[in-house]
Write a protein that binds this ligand. Sequence first.
Ligand code: AMP
Length: 194
Amino acid sequence: MIIIVMGPMGSGKGEQSRLLGQDLKIPQLSMGDLLRNLIASGTTLGKLSKEYVDKGLLVPDAIINFILQSRVQEEDCKNGYILDGCPRSLIQGVIFDNWLSTKNQKVDKVIFFDISEEETIQRVTSRAKKAIENGETPRNDDLNEMSIKNRMKEFFDQVLPLKMYYENMGVLQVVDARPSIEEIHAYIMKTLEY
Ligand code: AMP
């Protein structure tokens, strides 16, 4: 089963995809995490990606497609996987679908976490504060106001057309992101049973 999880920053999509991966026993792949690992590796591609991630801008499609396609061909993905934060634009979605069709595969389900812009900004700010209180290093892009603004703009410009695309494909499920983590997870698991 190939599941894509979408939603604005701070919508809880990361935590929900982690729980889903645990229950369905398939890997959860976060493009943000894959990129942060690439950046930590200090390679040329990593350095280039950092320029975009720190500013809250989308990393170029060539890099994303390469990371995504290489990762999902690994052995642990053979029974399916959950993609968190990727594809994130119509063009990434179309390229991914075309690539999947060459393997006789398709996206089975897209879960979209619905949340208001105000709540999103509030959640990201408190995520950074909490990390500092716990003595952890907050994400660079959560501390930077311009990055938060860019990520919101990216969301409206890039993600919403992709959401429409999946709606037309008949695989989209919109989930209210406001209830508790447990409630949302239980709701998603229930809908997956049908
Ligand atoms: P996230 O951890 O999902 O919030 O992603 C952090 C950052 O990684 C984003 O603000 C982008 O700069 C970059 N990123 C993550 N996923 C993608 C993607 N599918 N396409 C382009 N850039 C991405």
